[in-house]
Write a protein that binds this ligand. Structure first.
Ligand SMILES: [Zn+2]
Ligand SMILES: [Zn+2]
Length: 180
């Protein structure tokens, strides 16, 4: 039988204390009142130290994702949109995964490495190289290389994808039909 989860569950499964009484009281895995009761480590207090599944990138900086304590706390307009998904992270939070709601993508063609560099610099905005590189899990020098392309320079394409993802973008190709 499936376990009763918050908000139906009113007491912590481990300590039997009250569960999620006020909006500020944490509820982990829908069952527990604290990391201790859930038998997990205390979550990171700074987004820089938190795992990827708990964080997102806002204005080029790593930030905590919104935490929901039950599926019912996810706003209806989000929950009912087929492009929205959610998951429970290792810390017992419910987070929203991908949603395309309200975030249309625009497409821009790049004609040269300089175009790409220009895009990266502008998209990074006020965030520093170090901040974006850290969020992407790459060395700052690798990001600087992408922003200052030189002939003969080696580029790790994995770095490019990681950096672009942090900047809320993804590479694409435009294709002409090949004729035999
Ligand atoms: Zn407890
Ligand atoms: Zn989390």
């Amino acid at each position: 039988m499936a376990e009763t989860l918050f908000p139906k569950r009113q007491r912590c499964k481990a300590c039997r204390g009250s569960l999620g009484k006020t909006v500020n009281d944490p509820v982990l895995f829908g069952l527990y009142c604290s990391p201790k009761c859930a038998g997990i480590a205390n979550p990171a207090t700074r987004p820089e130290d938190a795992p990827r599944e708990c964080t997102t990138v806002r204005d080029g900086k790593k930030a905590f994702k919104r935490v929901y304590r039950s599926e019912g706390e996810i706003p209806d307009r989000l929950r009912e949109d087929p492009s929205t998904s959610w998951y429970t992270c290792a810390a017992g939070h419910i987070h929203i995964g991908h949603t395309r709601m309200g975030t249309p993508e625009t497409f821009r063609m790049l004609g040269s490495p300089e175009d790409l560099a220009d895009f990266l610099v502008k998209r990074r905005g006020k965030a520093t190289h170090a901040q974006v590189a850290k969020a992407a899990g790459v060395q700052p020098i690798r990001l600087k290389e992408l922003e200052n392309p030189k002939k003969g320079q080696r580029v790790d394409v994995h770095v490019l994808f990681a950096v672009m993802a942090v900047l809320g973008s993804r590479p694409g190709v435009a294709m002409k039909e090949l004729r035999a």
